[in-house]
Design a protein around this ligand. Structure first.
Ligand SMILES: *Cc1c(COP(=O)(O)O)cnc(C)c1O
Length: 394
């Protein structure tokens, strides 16, 4: 092969432009470093982008999940169902509040939680046994939230949609309408992360979206120590202009102006980045369709936001090592949450969710990010092909 990449190729990376640098520099010269007007502007524009009524910027996606669990009053002993195939934070937020995490296995053709299995789990227990659902738009493929809402209504559950992988993604509802991930039409709350490998980067950062005004106000208070200054919410007559009340135990989970300036600048390019991700994914789909031995997860799904591009191969460990020698830094998403020593300590074990475990045994996320060039992508395809074909001949 003649082409050799001039830079290492990770599975994902941020795209910082001169416009981003200028936006952050300008914000450094502004009056506020933390809670200035850029926070509200970023929230407003993000809510518009997602199609939700309200957005609350927070310090990271994990803080977003924690605040959601608090706002929905998760209590010790309450049981919440999520996917075993996700980043641990999707489950941890329940533990922060003392709740119990339960799982339903995945649909191996999509990597998403299997809603038939969720229903089966709900049906073998009396109503009220579980209190909430945390579906995850894994890799960028949207969960059918309309179906999740039907389950939630039937069994009296709340929904936190973990959309960290899917800003700009959507599913098609039963009336043929596109429903954007996190638009608040079905889930009570949805969360996003602005970690550099995600679609929009702010350094650390996260966002919660909702259509519920009550939850929105609660989140604003929880984000800043449980403190409110809103005259409408005060329990006493103010004794001066400084007056505020800490009404419940909250946190400092604010996202600074500085980071929001970067987020706003990134958000302006979100559609272009998403389009490029989809184009690269389609090119991978076409290339790997020719290569027996490489299975592509959920090819050609409408609305896929492609945070990750996942392939499955027989010799995953060897392919991972081989690609590393070629300066391609693939990654595995994810070691199933129930197999983490912490969760095993809570009673989960190997074999509990065999489809997620089988998926884990073969999956590999290969480079996918907007600045990946066609040449670099062709190089990745060539390296994967070289590995798979030489392994077949042995
Ligand atoms: C990245 C991610 C999170 C956590 O976001 P942070 O901003 O890193 O805290 C949660 N859930 C999923 C599915 C993620 O990919």
């Amino acid at each position: 092969m003649s082409f050799h990449p001039t830079r290492p190729l990770p599975y994902g990376r941020q795209n910082i432009t001169e416009a981003d640098v200028a936006a952050v520099t300008a914000s450094l010269h502004a009056d506020y470093l933390t809670q200035g007007p850029t926070v509200a502007e970023f929230e407003k524009q993000f809510a518009q982008y997602i199609g939700a009524k309200y957005a609350v910027a927070v310090s990271n996606g994990t803080a977003a999940l924690h605040l959601c669990a608090l706002a929905l009053n998760v209590r010790p002993g309450q049981r919440v169902i999520t996917s075993p195939l996700t980043f641990a934070a999707s489950a941890n937020c329940v533990r922060y509040c003392g709740g119990e995490v339960h799982f339903a296995d995945i649909d191996p053709t999509t990597g998403l939680i299997d809603l038939a299995k969720v229903r089966a789990l709900l049906e073998v227990h009396p109503k009220g046994h579980f209190t909430g659902l945390i579906p995850v738009d894994f890799a960028g493929l949207a969960v059918n939230l309309e179906e999740v809402r039907q389950l939630a209504t039937e069994f009296g559950l709340w929904i936190i949609q973990d959309s960290c992988h899917s800003p700009g993604g959507f599913f098609i509802d039963s009336e043929g309408q596109e429903q954007r991930c996190g638009n608040g039409n079905f889930a009570d709350l949805a969360i996003f992360s602005f970690h550099p490998v995600k679609h929009i980067a702010t350094g650390e950062g996260g966002m919660i979206t909702t259509n519920s005004e009550a939850l929105y106000h609660r989140l604003l208070r929880l984000r800043t120590h449980g403190i409110t200054r809103d005259p409408a919410d005060l329990s006493r007559e103010p004794d001066g202009g400084w007056y505020m009340e800490m009404q419940e135990l909250g946190y400092n989970y604010r996202l600074p102006d500085l980071n929001c300036a970067l987020g706003l600048s990134q958000l302006a390019r979100a559609d272009a980045g998403l389009a490029r991700r989809r184009q690269l994914a389609a090119q991978y789909d076409a290339a790997f369709a020719q290569i027996p031995g490489v299975t592509v997860l959920a090819p050609g799904r409408p609305g896929h936001a492609y945070h990750l591009y996942v392939i499955q191969v027989a010799d995953r460990r060897e392919l991972y090592d081989f690609l590393k020698t070629k300066q391609i830094f693939a990654q595995v998403h994810y070691i199933p949450v129930h197999r983490m020593p912490y969760y095993e300590g809570l009673g989960w074990k190997a074999g509990d969710f065999p489809l997620a475990e089988e998926y884990y045994a073969h999956c590999l996320s290969i480079p996918l990010f907007p600045t990946l060039t066609d040449e670099e992508q062709a190089y990745v395809v060539a390296c994967v092909t070289e590995f798979v074909t030489s392994n077949e001949q042995q």
